[in-house]
Design a protein around this ligand. Structure first.
Ligand SMILES: [Zn+2]
Length: 290
C-alpha cells in the first residue's frame, strides 16, 4: 500500500477540518510540532535530513537554513532518544528558540557540549525516581515514560550505549548513541497525545486511553507482536504513522517510504486488532487538528 492510499482525508476521519484547538504537524521522520494557544512543543525534530553520502563521510551538522525555514517558535523540545535522526537538530533549535530541552543523559550531554544554556537542559533520565518525570510547558502537561528501541539491526538496537560527557562535536552517525529511550505523553486542552518514537515499548509503562498516537513505523517488523501490544497498552482513538519516510532525502523530494517498511501490513495488523480504528499518515508539514 502506498502512503497516499492511507493518507488522512477530511471526510473519512473527520479530523482534518481544522476546528480542534490542538494542531499536530508532521516534520518528517519521527518529528512533530504540537501547537495550542500559540505554544509549541517539538518532538524529535530532525529537519536537516543529511544525505547518505553526508552520513558516510563523517561528522554531521545541522542545516540552519532548513531549520529557519520550518521552525519559528518552540517552547519545549523533546528528544525520545539520541540517535542522529532524532537529536541532530535539537541543540541548534534550542539555541535559536530558547526552548527547554527534555531528554536523556545523552541528550543533555550533547546539548551542553553544543552550548545550550544549562537552564534550558532537562535531563529526564537522571530526574526520574520511582515514577516518570512530569513537566508543564504553557498549556501542555508532559510526562516522560520509559520506553525501548526496536532491535532491528540483526536483533540488536543500532548504536547502543551513551553519548559520553563533553563529547567533541560534531559527531558522526555512529557516535549518536541511543541512550535511554522515552515516550512522551502530552495532555493539552482535554486531549491526550502520545509519541512513540521507536517501534518498541515497555508495555507496563504505558497507560491506555490516548486520543492520538504518533507511531513509529521503522523497525516494527522485528518487534514481537507490535500491533496488538501497542493497541492493548495505549488503546488509541487515532494512529498517525511516522518515521516511515526516507530521511536521507531532502524535503524537496517529498515523503517517499524507506525500503521494507511494510506499512500496509502494519495498517492491516492494527485494523485487525481494532475494527474501525483510524490509521493514517500526513505529508511533510501536513497538519491535523483535534
Ligand atoms: Zn533510533
Amino acid at each position: 500500500m502506498r502512503p497516499d492510499e492511507i493518507r488522512f482525508g477530511p471526510a473519512p476521519l473527520g479530523l482534518a477540518a481544522g476546528r480542534g484547538p490542538v494542531r499536530v504537524t508532521w516534520l518528517g521522520t519521527a518529528g512533530f510540532a504540537i501547537e495550542h494557544e500559540g505554544f509549541v512543543v517539538l518532538i524529535d525534530p530532525y529537519l536537516t535530513r543529511a544525505s547518505l553520502g553526508q552520513c558516510a563521510r563523517g561528522a554531521l551538522v545541522s542545516d540552519p537554513e532548513v531549520l529557519a525555514a520550518h521552525v519559528s517558535r518552540a517552547d519545549a523540545i523533546v528528544a525520545g532518544h539520541a540517535h542522529f535522526d532524532h537529536v541532530l537538530d535539537v541543540p541548534t533549535l534550542a539555541r535559536v528558540t530558547g526552548a527547554r530541552v527534555f531528554g536523556s543523559k545523552s541528550c543533555a550531554r550533547l546539548c551542553r557540549a553544543a552550548g545550550v544554556h544549562e537552564r534550558q537542559v532537562v535531563d529526564v533520565e537522571s530526574s526520574m525516581g520511582q515514577s516518570p518525570v512530569e513537566a508543564e510547558v504553557g498549556p501542555f502537561a508532559l510526562r516522560f515514560v520509559p520506553s525501548a528501541h526496536s532491535a532491528f539491526a540483526l536483533g540488536r538496537v543500532p548504536f547502543e550505549g551513551e553519548i559520553a560527557d563533553c563529547p567533541e562535536l560534531p559527531l558522526g552517525v555512529h557516535e549518536y548513541r541511543c541512550g535511554a529511550v522515552f515516550s512522551v505523553d502530552l495532555r493539552v486542552a482535554g486531549r491526550r497525545l502520545y509519541h512513540l518514537g521507536s517501534a518498541e515499548l515497555i508495555d507496563a509503562q504505558a497507560r491506555p486511553g490516548v486520543d492520538l498516537l504518533m507511531l513509529c513505523v521503522a523497525g516494527w517488523t522485528t518487534t514481537p507482536r507490535f500491533a496488538p501490544r501497542v493497541l492493548s497498552a495505549l488503546d488509541p482513538g487515532v494512529v498517525l504513522l511516522s518515521h516511515w519516510d526516507n530521511f536521507f532525502q531532502p524535503f524537496s523530494r517529498g515523503a517517499a517510504p524507506l525500503p521494507a517498511m511494510k506499512m500496509g501490513a502494519l495498517v492491516d495488523a492494527l485494523s485487525a486488532q481494532s475494527r474501525g480504528l483510524a490509521v493514517g499518515t500526513l505529508d511533510h508539514f501536513g497538519s491535523l487538528s483535534l
